[in-house]
Design a protein around this ligand. Structure first.
Ligand code: PLP
Length: 400
């Protein structure tokens, strides 16, 4: 039977301490031991199921991790205080000084800045390449390469990673394929296609309320345990720990993830098809005109659709700004970064979330300054939204 992540989450069963239908929240930073010997063994990493100190693990974080491991079909998962907390811990765990990373050139601005500006402190270098071209990826691998890094649907250009193809290259060179799946939870399960480690920013679709920051690393039990090692685990030692109260609230929001994703996808597909018919430059993985359409179709769980992210190029930054301001005035969404909210969010990535990328490189990868990134909301009547957006565009002469 085909892996269905929403069913895997549904099949988890939690009980609270007093039989509650929600698991109890562990409101403690430290834990007692009945014997001094058990404390010693726990420090040595020899006792399963014993809690030591909350930076290492806590019941609430483990419950959330279990749901996220079910989402991605991995052995286990470690939650972190943010998406960047997950990304930086994975990279620092896998790379030593003088090592090398092959990364997609279109990735989240923070990840790009970390690889480009921060890792050189440790003499770790990154080749940013077009990961949709597998030959270029393989040619960039050196004997010091410690991972291939990409996003399933890239930010902000919505390029589609050929995860099976990239995984084959990674296997051949005996290095892990690390995939940031923030834009496509449920739609794509990268480890089922051969990826080794999957990362999410929980801040986005998975929590879906724009009220929390969080992240996760989904992977093998060995790798996740190594991140938590008290002696040399990057997760444990860099200290990006999620708070238990947050873990409990994100777990509750995950229960509606499958319903939300389907609605985000349906609404985004409707808008993308309508805008394309109107003659606008739209990029959406669900459109036949998207260069990665066939690639994602071959890798996805179709029932969740192509996700909630789309971009429109309106030609200039001035037009983009005027359009976004007008949409906000008309209550069609918010001029804000981030994604996965019930309202539509829009921003111009060239001057915001991807501004870490130098202008020249932006141009080279096709990031034009009239580009608007949309995270389409859960609008009940998307036809009404479309008509209202069209009116805004006509007033600004983006459409005739
Ligand atoms: C937001 C985002 C991140 C960073 O997550 P934070 O929770 O803000 O630290 C990483 N990758 C992608 C694709 C994102 O959209």
């Amino acid at each position: 039977m085909k892996f269905n992540p929403a069913d895997a989450i549904q099949d988890l069963q939690y009980f609270g301490e007093f039989g509650g239908v929600n698991p109890s929240i562990s409101d403690s930073s430290t834990y007692t031991f009945l014997s001094a010997k058990t404390m010693f063994d726990t420090f040595e990493g020899n006792t399963e199921g014993c809690y030591l100190y909350s930076r290492h693990s806590s019941p609430s974080n483990l419950y959330l991790g279990e749901a996220l491991a079910a989402l991605e079909g991995t052995e286990t998962a470690n939650v972190t205080a943010s998406g960047m907390g997950a990304i930086t811990a994975v990279i620092m765990q896998l790379c030593n000084t003088n090592d090398h990373i092959v990364s997609s050139r279109t990735i989240y601005g923070g990840t790009y800045a970390f690889m480009k500006n921060f890792l050189p402190k440790f003499n770790i270098s990154t080749s940013f390449v077009d990961t949709t071209n597998l030959e270029i990826v393989e040619a960039a691998i050196t004997e010091n390469t410690k991972m291939i890094y990409c996003e399933t649907i890239s930010n902000p250009l919505l390029e589609i990673a050929d995860i099976k193809g990239l995984a084959a290259i990674a296997k051949k060179h005996n290095i892990p394929l690390v995939v940031d799946n923030t834009f496509s939870p449920l739609t794509v399960a990268p480890t089922k296609l051969g990826a080794d480690i999957v990362i999410h920013s929980l801040t986005k679709f998975i929590n879906g309320s724009s009220d929390a920051v969080g992240g996760v690393v989904c992977g093998s039990a060995d790798f996740c345990l190594s991140l938590k090692d008290v002696n040399d685990g990057a997760g444990m030692l860099l200290g990006s720990t999620m708070d238990s109260l947050r873990a409990a609230s994100i777990l509750k929001n995950m229960r509606t993830l499958h319903i939300r994703i389907k609605k985000h996808s349906d609404n985004a597909l409707y808008l993308a098809e309508s805008f394309e018919k109107d003659g606008l430059k739209v990029v959406y993985p669900g459109l036949k005109s998207h260069t990665g359409h066939e690639v994602i179709k071959a890798q996805m769980n179709e029932e969740y659709g192509f996700g909630g992210m789309l971009t429109i190029d309106v030609g200039s930054i001035d037009k983009a700004n005027a359009f976004m301001e007008k949409m906000q005035e008309n209550n069609l969404g918010y001029l804000a970064v981030s994604l996965g909210f019930y309202k539509t969010l829009f921003s111009a990535p060239g001057s915001s979330t991807s501004s870490e990328i130098p202008l020249e490189e932006q141009k080279e990868m096709g990031l034009s300054n009239g580009l608007i990134r949309f995270s389409i909301g859960l609008d009940n009547d998307i036809k009404r939204t479309y008509e209202m957006m069209k009116t805004c565009m006509k007033e600004l002469e983006i459409l005739n």
